[in-house]
Write a protein of this length. Structure first.
Length: 209
């Protein structure tokens, strides 16, 4: 019925959800983290992505942000299915463009199947303009467009890895860091010459008998 990409770092949950959705007739592709999911999404072109949030390498939120910022994947239907149940997490998911936010502890497998079918049945509206662009370009360069999208996602991943607080441990503050690195040498430079100038006068004052 539909091509579904299931993104989950827990292999047992991948098998459980994959088997249940596969029994509904869906074609299931899986990925174990957000980085792998980005590559698979470009090649498999799924109708729906179901993704966990807390995953290694690239989290589900950051994966969602990159997918929505990439031309070829920006209209893919995405369901976030996570253990994070706080309102701020739910708001972040919907603000980043998730079609649905599910808390794992609050749903059964049958609930997940019902939500998947509901999301899949809602047709996206902006597809007409995209179809025009695709039909205009597909005659010559379908491989080129796929390569361009691969490069686009790779660029997004590299920018994320370079700047994300999750990967670096601390938020990037280039302005303050560069300011402090230029100010300190200037303040230390005058203090060191002063000490050598004061030590020579102390030894010449010893009287010579």
């Amino acid at each position: 019925m539909a091509k579904i990409l299931l993104v989950e770092d827990d292999s047992n949950l991948r098998e459980i959800y994959g088997a249940r959705l596969g029994a509904e007739g869906h074609e299931i592709t899986s990925a174990k983290d957000g980085e792998e999911a980005l590559a698979v999404a470009v090649k498999a072109k799924p109708d729906l992505i179901i993704s966990d949030v807390m995953m290694p390498k690239i989290s589900g939120f950051d994966m969602l942000d990159i997918l929505r910022s990439t031309a070829e994947t920006k209209d893919v239907k995405i369901i976030m299915m996570t253990a994070l149940s706080q309102d701020e997490d739910r708001k972040r998911g919907t603000d980043l463009g998730a079609d649905r936010y599910i808390v794992k502890s609050q749903v059964t497998l049958d609930d997940v199947v019902a939500i998947v079918n509901e999301v899949l049945s809602a047709k996206p509206t902006p597809s007409s303009s995209d179809d025009d662009d695709t039909s205009a370009d597909s005659g010559v360069g379908s491989d080129d467009s796929t390569q361009a999208t691969d490069d686009e996602i790779n660029d997004q991943v590299e920018k994320f890895v370079a700047s994300s607080p999750l990967m670096n441990g601390t938020p990037p503050t280039p302005a303050s860091a560069s300011a402090s690195s230029t100010v300190q040498p200037a303040s230390e430079a005058p203090s060191q010459p002063t000490t050598p100038d004061q030590s020579p006068p102390a030894s010449p004052q010893i009287p010579v008998a």
